[in-house]
Design a binder for this molecule. Structure first.
Ligand code: PMP
Length: 366
């Protein structure tokens, strides 16, 4: 068959190990998944109640315009309804952006290391990928500016960045946006926005009027605890949204996903609670790393990238045998580190105890 040439040498997405798989493989009673930055506190109790109700009409197609969720999200952000696009997770929106704007002859700019779906989708579209190395876990925005030329179509900024967790200070990001030509779409992927506690952080939605070439991505998969339902959204200028709608499939969100996202949005007290407890637990990770003399990146998310002694794959395997699924930095482009989702207080205490065993093996326990 005549597959696109760009697919040559590419691999399908390889998900991390599932709880079921690890439970069987190692005969463990309890396995904790701290690999994909889901919310360890689940979702709002009102969502759980809704799911068990009979509220969805299964036989009819979903609302392809996501009307009720759209009006609530628009009200929350103080934007017009036509400034919103809903996707099957923000993953799908990343794909739609690449499909609508990238092609042979264009180029696209992103950090390395960052969320891999930007490069993955750009490659499929045949665009040239320009990757700018992080500096101390931070986007090197000056080099981004230098990399932009007449063929640049999309710039991807993961903020806070996955897998480092670093947040770009708002004044630096704004100064960067001022230097980007209006013909270049700047994607601000803010999947972890709800976890940010940094002082002086400016909500980028307030920049939409001054920078019509930005699009902001948010998701219900992380703090809202709805990863299984696949609902993400983009906020941008109506003209940008209209063009992306041209490449969107008609019923890309299912009815249950749209309905539970609406329920979850209404419970902002749950989000505030999760932000607060996650912040407390984040500080425990920072303290743990300091006590053990291990490097850890500053994170404004619900995950931490922490140094391990020895090879990261081996460390991940040892943690797996103790019932913790985390991500080895080798697969993420950050060898020498593992990325771990911040769990509940108890999960984290148990995780630190398991991590201690790595340090004993290496003879560097303190
Ligand atoms: N962007 C970033 C930075 C992410 O970490 C993730 C999830 N790992 C996504 C986008 C995609 O999230 P979803 O498709 O579940 O909304």
């Amino acid at each position: 068959m005549n597959w696109k040439q760009a697919l040559e040498g590419m691999n399908p997405y390889k998900p991390g190990r599932s709880i079921e798989e690890v439970t069987l493989l190692y005969g463990l009673k309890e396995v904790v998944k701290l690999a994909s930055n889901e919310n360890p506190y689940g979702c709002s109790p009102s969502v759980k109640e809704f799911i068990t109700s009979d509220a969805i009409q299964h036989e009819i197609y979903p609302d392809g315009y996501a009307s009720t969720l759209r009006s609530k999200v628009a009200a929350k952000h103080g934007v017009s309804e036509d400034a919103l696009l809903f996707g099957n997770g923000s993953d799908e929106i990343i794909m739609l952006i690449a499909r609508a704007l990238l092609d042979k002859g264009t180029n696209t700019i992103m950090a390395t290391t960052t969320f891999p779906q930007y490069a993955h989708n750009a490659k499929i579209e045949g665009a040239e990928i320009r990757q700018i190395p992080l500096q101390d876990g931070q986007h090197d925005l000056d080099s981004f500016v230098r990399a932009i030329d007449n063929e640049t179509s999309v710039v991807w900024i993961c903020n806070p960045n996955n897998p480092t967790g670093n947040l770009i200070p708002s004044d630096r990001l704004k100064a960067f946006l001022e230097q980007v030509p209006e013909t270049v779409l700047v994607v601000l992927d803010e999947a972890y926005f709800e976890y940010i506690t940094a002082a002086n952080h400016v909500d980028s939605v307030t920049w939409l009027q001054s920078f019509p070439n930005i699009i902001i991505l948010r998701t219900f998969s992380k703090a809202y605890g709805l990863a299984a339902f696949r609902v993400g959204y983009a906020i941008g200028q109506p003209e940008v949204i209209t063009n992306l709608n041209k490449v969107r499939s008609p019923f890309n969100n299912n009815s249950m996903g749209l309905a539970v996202a609406e329920q979850a949005l209404a419970d902002q007290a749950f989000i505030d609670h999760c932000r607060q407890v996650n912040h407390e637990q984040r500080q425990r990770f920072t303290q743990y790393a300091a006590d053990k003399n291990l490097h850890i990146f500053d994170s404004e998310t619900n995950f931490m990238l922490i140094e391990v002694p020895g090879d990261a794959d081996q460390a991940a395997e040892q943690l797996l045998q103790q019932g913790f699924i985390i991500r080895s930095g080798n697969a993420l482009g950050t060898p020498g580190y593992v990325r771990v989702t911040i769990g509940t207080e108890q999960q984290n205490s148990d995780f630190f105890a398991a991590f201690d065993t790595l340090l004993v093996v290496e003879g560097s326990a303190t």
